[in-house]
Write a protein that binds this ligand. Sequence first.
Ligand SMILES: Cc1cc2nc3c(=O)[nH]c(=O)nc-3n(C[C@H](O)[C@H](O)[C@H](O)COP(=O)(O)OP(=O)(O)OC[C@H]3O[C@@H](n4cnc5c(N)ncnc54)[C@H](O)[C@@H]3O)c2cc1C
Length: 235
Amino acid sequence: MMAKNIVIIGAGFSGVYATKKLAKRFKGNPEVHITLIDRHSYFTYMTRLHEVATERVEPDSIQYDLQRIFHKQKNVQLITDNVSEIDKENKKVIGENGTYPFDSLLISMGGEPNDFGTPGVKENGFTLWSMEDAITLRDHINLIIRKGALERDPKKRQAMLTLVVCGSGFTGAETVGELIDYKKVLARENKIDPSEIKIMLVEAAPTIINMLDRTNAAHAEAYFKKNNVRFEQNP
Ligand SMILES: Cc1cc2nc3c(=O)[nH]c(=O)nc-3n(C[C@H](O)[C@H](O)[C@H](O)COP(=O)(O)OP(=O)(O)OC[C@H]3O[C@@H](n4cnc5c(N)ncnc54)[C@H](O)[C@@H]3O)c2cc1C
């Protein structure tokens, strides 16, 4: 058998799982080379990004070193590189630091947030879909609340102290849940009353968290209401 290069781009949940499976499948076969490429040297536990954005946890507590994850899989080569192009014709993955030939390619580079064309979201909003996003959002929330706490103009002050989450999917709803706790921390740090920090959830559909059954969604909705989260639905 001729040597075979299997390249996987993206070490998220799907890329890591697939690479583990392939490593096991081709263990002891020196003809098969498995290469996993990611722009980071660590796996990001994406489902906890909202906890980084709201300082519940430090970034490194949801980063898992890929060398450690794959230390037993000697047949996996790890590459840290940002992939910029895939040359399908010549079967090469092109990154900023190198070129990686492949016979088989798995693209598991994840997705991106969708604003469904909602006016203003892209121009004015922040996304929460990577470690970089989470840190940028965390820094912005800190800065805007700090500025808002010092603002004397009541209208500007209220605007700065209002946090709007757009979209009530899992990510949006979990972020609102975190913000309910985080606003107490922010209020304490900035010496203001927590009730001054308003949380608003905007959703295009008439109901929220529409991937849950209505009983569970109703529990979440009741919790949000109890904590004075304002809803804007079906705008
Ligand atoms: C806050 C939050 C909460 C969530 N909660 C849930 C939940 O409760 N349940 C659930 O099922 N799902 C949840 N999700 C969704 C879940 O995280 C994603 O569905 C999942 O991470 C997708 O896995 P993936 O491997 O396809 O992509 P990702 O996890 O996004 O991984 C993609 C990888 O590709 C790498 N990459 C991308 N582009 C390049 C490039 N050009 N070059 C090199 N590397 C690149 C990235 O660095 C990343 O490591 C949540 C997401 C978020 C953000």
